[in-house]
Design a protein around this ligand. Structure first.
Ligand code: MN
Length: 284
């Protein structure tokens, strides 16, 4: 198998998002997106004393893409303008389709706020193709025990969406992709084939890996070039990663805050629809 080479992205901005401080490896200067993946935020791991983390992300809208939350540690509560409400615990994933528009709010669960502990999550924005940008909003609440495990040479993958070495994730997606988390032990090595047209990236949460000629350590993003049939990963220590791969969406993309559309006029329409209540209403 001809292996893909890697472009290492080490410029990681740290920005506040409501009550969370997040690392943002994507987008980054010179890297608008790795289509269909358009944003990656990694919050924590951060230890919160009992009662210390109370604040929530205040109600805000989304349109035109899918915000996906991988909760690694902690407890989250969410509610939205559809009237839905739910809780996530460590290992759970929430795959939201914002579609035509939704307003939501999220924050620590009451139990986590009271007891404190370690919170760690990744939020990923997955773009929607033009034909599905205005689809009806929905959630897939994916409980940890419904995510299949796959053991491969010292890598322990959990497949959330798509297919990896015969394991298929529970999330349904609008375009073909793979989303998987993994833990790995020192000395683990794996080669994985991918469609030569697909974009592939690895984000390392902690530990370090050799990916082709590049060493990826904690908070590094490795973007594989489309110059081969697969990827190789060799663990230099124990650690954890997020592996994303997908068929690129070859359409124009523009974004304004929480809206991701194809053309500028559609962004103005999104702002107007939000202000005029056409994405619903959620009281603070
Ligand atoms: Mn949001």
């Amino acid at each position: 198998m001809k292996l893909r080479t890697v472009q290492k992205q080490t410029h990681i901005e740290t920005i506040p998002v409501g009550p969370f401080t997040v690392k943002q490896p994507l987008p980054a200067p010179g890297l608008d997106q790795v289509s269909p993946f358009i944003l990656l935020h990694h919050a924590g791991p951060a230890t919160h004393a009992p009662g210390a983390l109370q604040a929530r992300l205040s109600p805000h809208p989304h349109r035109g893409f899918e915000p996906v939350t991988f909760l690694f540690l902690g407890g989250l509560h969410h509610r939205d303008s559809l009237g839905s409400e739910g809780f996530l615990q460590g290992g759970d994933v929430q795959w939201m389709t914002a579609g035509s528009g939704i307003i939501h709010s999220e924050g620590p669960s009451a139990q986590f706020a009271a007891e404190g502990g370690i919170m760690e999550l990744i939020q990923l924005w997955v773009n929607l193709p033009r034909g599905n940008k205005m689809t009806k909003p929905k959630y897939q609440d994916i409980k940890a025990d419904s995510i299949p495990h796959l053991e491969l040479n010292g890598f322990s993958f959990r497949v959330v969406a798509g297919e990896l070495a015969g394991a298929t994730g529970p999330a349904s997606t609008f375009t073909p992709m793979l989303a998987a988390t993994a833990t790995f032990t020192e000395g683990a090595t794996v080669e994985l084939p991918f469609d030569p047209d697909w974009n592939v990236l690895v984000y390392v949460l902690d530990g370090s890996l050799q990916a082709g000629a590049e060493t990826l350590a904690g908070s590094n993003l490795g973007v594989f070039r489309t110059d081969g049939e697969g990827i190789s990963l060799a663990a230099l220590s124990g650690g954890r990663l997020l592996l994303l791969a997908g068929q690129p969406i070859s359409e124009p993309m523009v974004s304004y805050g929480p809206f991701v559309m194809n053309y500028e006029g559609e962004l103005r329409k999104a702002v107007l629809d939000f202000h005029e209540g056409r994405m619903g209403v959620l009281e603070a």
